[in-house]
Structure formats: C-alpha cells, structure tokens
Ligand binder design. Structure first.
Ligand code: GLU
Length: 376
C-alpha cells in the first residue's frame, strides 16, 4: 500500500488538529505538567509548522492540574469543583505550552469553546473566523472546552469529540488523537493475546463499533467509544483521523516514521463535505437576490459582495443558510450569510468600504464568502 496515496501519512496534512489527553500531559499524582514530554511534542509541532502546515492543539489536563493546586481529595469532583479546577489548571497549561512553543518562535493563542460555539451557527461562524484569523497570522490555537461555564448537561465532556468538532469547524484535513493505546484493535489487547491492530478504517460499521466496545483504554474521559464518535464527526466533515500512542517522547515524529496507528479515512475532502453540508442539510431561512454583475462574479468563483445584492427576503441571522437568486428569481445556489437579514438590507447595493459607516461596525467584506457558498 502506498501511504501517500491512501492518505495514511501525517505528512499529507495541511491543517492538522492534535488532541492531547490529560494522562499524557499531566502527572496525575502531583498535578504537574510532564515537561520533557511536552518539550518533545513542541519539537514535533515545530517540525510540522516549519513545513508550512497549520497546527491546532486541543489539550485536556486543566482539571487534572487544577485539582492538585486547589488541594481537592482524590475521587470524583462535583461540577463546581471541576469548574474551579479547570479555571486554575488552564492558566498553568497555557503557560506551559506558551513556554515550550516560544522556544520555536511559535505564538500560542488560547481559545476556550463550549458546545454552543460548535453548534449554534452564529457562534460557529464567529469561532471559525477567529481560528482562521489566528492560523493566517501564524499563531497556534490552544483549545480546550470552556469547563468553567459548561455545566454537565451541555458539556462535550471529552476532548476527543471536541477535537473532532473543531476539526470539522475549521475544515481541517487531519485530526491526530494522541492516546494511551496505539490504535483500534479487533479485541481488547490487554485480555486477548490474538487481538490485531486495524491500520485503516474506511467506514464506521457495526463491526468496527463492536471492536471499540471491547477495547478499554486505561485513563482519560475518552476511551475507544468516544474516539469512534470523534471519527464519525471527523469523517463526516471530510477530515481523516488517526489514533496513535502518545506516551513515547516525540509521538508525532514517530507517527511520521510509520509508528503503529489506526487511520480513519473519509471518502470526501473537507471542502466537498462542507459544501455538501451547506447545499443539503441546512434549511434556508431567507433569500438574497443578485444583479447580473454579481451573478457573473459568482460564476467566476468570487465571493458575494453587498454591492451586487438587489433584494433580501426572509428573516435570518448571521451564519444562517440562505438561497442565492438571480435577477430572474432563479435559484443559483446556497450559502451562509455573514450578516443578519436586517443588516443585509441596510448594506445591500453599497460598496464594501461603506459597510462600517452604514452599520456602525466593521463586519466581513463579503455578504457570503466563497467558502460558505455553493453554486448549483
Ligand atoms: N476539558 C477537560 C480538561 O481540560 C478534559 C476533557 C477530557 O478529558 O477529554 O481537564
């Protein structure tokens, strides 16, 4: 099998999300960060970064660090204790990442997300824009769940799935789950000597799910079941996912050298998956009508600017799906509006340079960015 052709190679990634579990990063007894391991990881990340790849970190460990600083007893914490622990621990985590990456001239940007930021379209578009901007500026987003405000009912709870949601949100092409096991096995390798590692999964079938049920990883909120849930989210967004053992030093370097792993390979690319999502699964909340000039621009693959809009109908919020209509009312495609219907009405027909004066704030230059637009 040619690894480059099958995509089972980290080197093929351009926008890579790396999820790091608590057990790898934090000494659970003392609540300190495994410094040497983290320095090795920073070297790995710097290597990817130097090749022009975009890197996003999703890190757990805030609660594991914070609970020691706050001197909580062992055992399960109550929700408010977890929130307090996360608030304390996240400062230490961010500091540790900032220090090890600064040595490689990499700038860390902390982003704490709740499930709402990945589900509510208006907030989703916001978080996506922020992360896109950080990546464009060369920063490394350091993401964790905003445990301080997330209550039990609304927590994602595990960073495997949070990582997958982030990967989907920013159209990443690769999600790496650094785990305490080197992949998915046919049965629990701790109890079945004949269990085999599955190097590649092309679809999450019932058979694959049965394998996950049989595999217990020792620590962490995750386990193989949440990793498969993450794989479903990632694959649905056209992002490939890999599970590999994160415990040795330089785990990404090892992965590049062909360490054991399970690769989950989607059939779509992030771009086609996102366009499919916009075209198919979102209910349009309104419509935007274009003049002939804007239609021509659209057909050349350009974004949709307010100047070319002649009418706005329906009621929609920023981030909602809308129909895009030609001068004759024919449906040309669909997209996510960067403005609410009220604001879109106020800026339609205006030049982009007039948006700020008209609305009193500086929004996006485009009414619908071409990444958010599907032309029929
Ligand atoms: N957000 C949690 C923390 O930072 C970790 C969630 C998980 O274990 O995946 O402590």
């Amino acid at each position: 099998m040619n690894p480059h052709r099958s995509g089972t190679d980290l080197a093929a990634g351009r926008r890579i999300v790396v999820k790091i579990g608590s057990a790898l990063l934090v000494d659970q007894e003392r609540g300190t960060v495994h410094r040497r391991w983290l320095e090795g990881l920073a070297e790995d990340l710097a290597g990817l970064y130097a090749q022009g790849k975009e890197v996003v970190i999703v890190s757990s460990g805030a609660i594991a660090v914070g609970r020691r600083y706050l001197r909580f007893a062992d055992g399960v914490l109550r929700l408010e204790e977890k929130q307090a622990a996360a608030a304390t621990g996240m400062v230490h985590l961010a500091h540790a990442y900032q220090e090890v990456l600064a040595r490689h001239d990499m700038t860390v940007a902390q982003v704490l997300l709740t499930i709402e930021d990945t589900e509510n379209r208006r907030r989703y578009i916001n978080a996506r824009n922020t992360l896109d901007t950080l990546l464009r500026l060369g920063a490394v987003p350091l993401i964790n769940e905003n445990d301080t405000v997330a209550t039990e009912e609304i927590r994602v709870g595990d960073n495997d799935r949070l990582g997958a949601r982030v990967a989907a949100m920013i159209s990443a092409d690769t999600l790496v789950l650094l785990s305490d096991i080197d992949g998915l096995y046919t049965a629990d390798p701790h109890s079945h000597a004949d269990a085999r590692l599955i190097p590649q999964v092309d679809a999450i079938t019932a058979e694959v799910e049965a394998m996950a049920g049989a595999t217990n990883t020792a620590v962490g909120t995750g386990g193989m079941v949440t990793k498969l849930a993450a794989a479903k989210i990632a694959m649905g967004a056209g992002c490939r996912m890999v599970i590999t053992d994160g415990r040795p030093e330089r785990p990404l370097g090892r992965l590049l050298e062909g360490a054991n792993a399970t690769w989950f390979l989607p059939s779509a690319t992030p771009r086609t998956a996102r366009k499919g999502w916009i075209a198919g699964s979102l209910k349009p909340m309104g419509a935007i009508t274009l003049d002939a000039g804007a239609v021509a621009a659209l057909e050349r693959g350009k974004s949709l600017l307010p100047a070319g809009v002649t009418a706005v109908s329906g009621r929609f919020e920023r981030g909602d799906a809308v129909l895009v209509l030609g001068p004759d009312g024919r449906e040309l495609g669909r997209g996510l509006s960067a403005y609410s219907s009220a604001d879109a009405k106020r800026i339609m027909g205006h030049k982009t340079s007039e948006i700020e004066r008209t609305l009193g704030y500086r929004g996006r230059d485009e009414m619908i960015h071409r990444d958010d637009l599907v032309v029929n």
